[in-house]
Design a protein around this ligand. Structure first.
Ligand code: HEC
Length: 248
């Protein structure tokens, strides 16, 4: 009797499991669920251009305003190259409309000159450094997902982290080295070098680094020609400076 009821239970459990499994498998196979990546931040003042702090669209791994535009602005849209005024060979790579106007096939990075010229190493031209693998991947993934003008980018940053190595240098690398790395500073960054701790320290201590980032009147708004960095990123830099701008 006991054995029988146990067997029944086992069979019943197996059947229920099988049904549940089939249903979930069917669901998983037929519904590509949208990936919603939550905004990770410890700072309630974290913001982005649309002040959208709740939802983000499918495929948020790359976002035009946050990841792609800074690459074009920093490395391509320079005076004498592909800024709005020079627009060499008809390429104005300083705005969304400009970037889409020529050499870009939505959904097909392999057919898009604005991408392939960079993978071939033809662009950007010296002294601007070639794009690194992260920057190339941003452009590729963005074109392949249809080159949308997405501005509601989640800003991922942790204001409890503000050491030079873990936080500050990576922020400057993504947003500022295209004009302020040692190799290009004289041609693109007004001679200001920010990829070297001691020269960065000068700008941190004279107050210009933070004031430029905060777009205060009377200062040069940085990144030049770009949007103000997210508040939580500026907070990380402010905390690093307040703690003595150490080489930590
Ligand atoms: C597209 C190029 C470009 C980018 C990107 C850029 N800068 Fe600059 N930056 C310049 C130029 C050009 C100057 C010189 C401005 C002048 O002297 O009129 C400058 C000057 C500065 C100065 C010197 C102080 C001053 O105001 O003259 C600081 C500090 C600075 N930038 C910080 C930054 C930081 C931080 C970033 C990244 C968040 C950044 N810049 C991104 C081009 C750029």
């Amino acid at each position: 009797m006991l054995i029988n009821s146990n067997t029944y239970l086992v069979k019943k459990t197996a059947l229920v499991t099988l049904i549940l499994f089939s249903v979930s498998c069917f669901y998983a196979c037929t519904h590509k669920s949208a990936t919603v990546i939550p905004i990770v931040t410890n700072d309630t003042t974290a913001t982005n251009n649309n002040h959208d702090t709740t939802t983000v669209a499918t495929d948020t791994s790359v976002c035009f305003q946050r990841d792609v535009l800074p690459v074009f602005r920093g490395s391509c849209a320079k005076s004498g190259c592909h800024d709005a005024i020079t627009a060499k060979k008809g390429y104005n790579l300083s705005t969304y409309t400009g970037i889409l106007a020529k050499g870009l096939v939505k959904g097909n990075s392999a057919a898009s000159k604005v991408y392939t010229e960079c993978t071939k190493g033809k662009m950007p031209q010296s002294p601007t450094p070639k794009l690194d693998s992260t920057q190339l991947s941003y452009i590729k993934r963005w074109i392949d997902k249809g080159a949308p003008n997405d501005t509601n980018c989640a800003v991922v940053c942790d204001t409890t982290k503000f050491t030079y190595a873990a936080a500050i240098a990576p922020i400057l690398k993504s947003n500022c080295y295209s004009c302020h790395a040692s190799a290009v500073a004289s041609s693109s960054g007004g001679g200001i070098i920010l990829d070297n701790y001691s020269s960065l320290l000068v700008q941190a201590q004279n107050g210009k680094l933070l004031s430029d980032l905060e777009h205060l009147t009377g200062f040069n708004a940085m990144p030049l020609g770009g949007n103000k960095l997210a508040d939580c990123i500026i907070t990380q830099i402010r905390k690093w400076i307040d703690a003595g701008a150490q080489n930590n």
